[in-house]
Design a protein around this ligand. Sequence first.
Ligand code: C2E
Ligand code: MG
Ligand code: MG
Ligand code: MG
Length: 277
Amino acid sequence: QAKVAGKNCHRFYSRAMDQAVERRVRMEQDLRGAWERGELSLAYQPVYSLADGQLRGAEALLRWQHPEHGAIAPSVFIDVAEQSGLIEVIGPQVLRLACEDTMRWQQAHPSADQMFVSVNVSPRQLRSGDLPRQVATTLRDTGLEAARLHLELTETAVIGDEIHASGLLARLRASGVKIWLDDFGTGFSGLSHLRRVPVDGVKIDRSFIADVLRDPDDLALTTAIIAMAHSLGITVVAEGVEKEGQYAILRERGCDLAQGYWLGHPVSASDFSLLLA
Ligand code: C2E
Ligand code: MG
Ligand code: MG
Ligand code: MG
């Protein structure tokens, strides 16, 4: 098609591409130092037990308030941070802040003593090999108990270098930290990974949960994931619960934990503290 349209078309596309590259480069520059300028913060989304409806923990989600462009989606800037290597600076800061906030909640609310905080870790952070040391230092400095920290990894972080990854994950788990596989079910070989990669939990991707009431295949897959995970002793979390009906059916199928807009949106650390009060 491009060939038929000829030279102008080609020039149009390369200009559009230049612009995209330029945007990325500019975003990378803006992201550098964003933490120091106070533009980055964490939002916390509550995670509930399906069996008793109790609040069990929170997922920390990074937010970037750009001075000119406003809020930028993590799906956009995390990718830039990952490609540029900036994630190796931002990731440890996220980890530290999430542990600090959780310690503060625990100190302010005795009921929060057993709550967990779940932190997303990008493939590059895992690949760097420094994660076990970073986690150990952060837990020591903040005083948070290892079992209260959950790390969320996607399958892409593990694929390709499973031996290296499972070694790192085994070390982390030995220290007491829990490992959850995020966006579970979207990757191809999700099930076979569970044999080789040691994890404590899987988070069923919200694309399955979205149609669980309408599409019998999605319900069948979700039910199968729950059964399979439980037979391996793995905890199951459903993400993206937006309707009461989804919550009800997941509960009926024995899913352990759930998060989603129906249960609670991601909120600031101080608003999360109100949830605990
Ligand atoms: P994720 O880890 O799968 O996080 C869940 C995403 O789903 C969050 O999007 C959350 O706001 C959104 N969500 C929660 N409940 C619902 C719901 O009921 N319906 C819908 N439609 N969405 C819901 P968010 O905050 O935009 O983050 C997107 C992704 O960015 C995350 O996906 C995660 O992969 C990545 N991310 C966010 N924070 C960090 C971070 O600190 N480090 C790293 N490496 N990645 C992060
Ligand atoms: Mg996550
Ligand atoms: Mg997810
Ligand atoms: Mg997802």
